[in-house]
Design a protein around this ligand. Sequence first.
Ligand SMILES: [Zn+2]
Ligand SMILES: [Zn+2]
Length: 362
Amino acid sequence: MELGNKRPATVEVQVKAVYFLGDRKLEVRDVPDPNPGPGEVILEIKASGMCGSDLKYYRAADGADSIGLGKKSDKPIIAGHEPCGVVAAVGKGVWGPLAKVGMRVMNHHYAGCGCCHQCRGGWTQMCDEGSVTFGANGDGAHAKFMKVPADSLVGLPDDLSFKSGAAISCGTGTAWGGLDRLGLRGSETIAIFGQGPVGLSGTQLATAMGARVIALDIDPGRLQRAKEFGAHDLVDAKSDDVVGAIRELTGGRGADCTMDCTGSPTARTAAVKSARKWGRVVFLGEGGDVTIDVSNDMNRKQLSVFGSWTFSKNGQADCARFVSERKLDVDGLFTHSWPLEEAVEAYRLFDTQTAGKGLLIP
Ligand SMILES: [Zn+2]
Ligand SMILES: [Zn+2]
């Protein structure tokens, strides 16, 4: 085992980690300092983002996976699934350019069998043998140290902060994945429903790709942020005729692409209805359902509707490279940052959903 600033396994040391206990209860506990097994590395977490999915687990009755990510863990797990930090220790049989003590890395926050078609393609979350999602049904990143499979490391470009790496590890990467599914072109107009951290990232990325963004949200503060992140037009999603507003902004045709980042049935329906003939729609929001008038809203329009779930390992690396090359201010997504010890207060505020994106720093 190669050790960096980690202590040898023989010394019993406790480190801090955050657990969701259910019904909005959270505890910062002392846990044994993890050591890497074969094929594993230990990350020293430098930034751990807070994501909308974390709120679902935080609010759930048993603090566990409530959106069907996989088999539920039978023990409490460490929360957090936007990990970014440096490699602190390397287990046996691990080699490769990223698995070296001191490397700045992100983590593709899933583990799979490593051998099936999906895992080999870098889509570990879709493993045919069943996957583990860190922070949902496997130990996550709200901790000083995190044990991960060596093949889940994704390089962090030198000029990107740990903060940006944490955002790319879920929220910003998810927006990237959705735009990739759409095959968005710079000549096109995209309507993005919901300007929380994922939608706002979508606005930032799509603008940088050259597209025209129509940003929608029910909150005026979030719309203002979307403007600052490059949105060309803003639509108040509380207005009576959202679809009409998008048609008006697109010469009556509808948007070339639409992206739902809310999971709300109303927004999903509007995303389908406001896409033009031959348009493309992607659903990123989790949970809930949608009712679509298939003949009128899809078939007669030759519409393509995609589902999208986060991103592959290479997709995460591509997103980081794009953010670095275009010098995008992903750090600007974060409005709050907290020491790990103050996680109770951090989640209490996050739960009100009045703040922007939050970050825990171990
Ligand atoms: Zn997430
Ligand atoms: Zn697999």
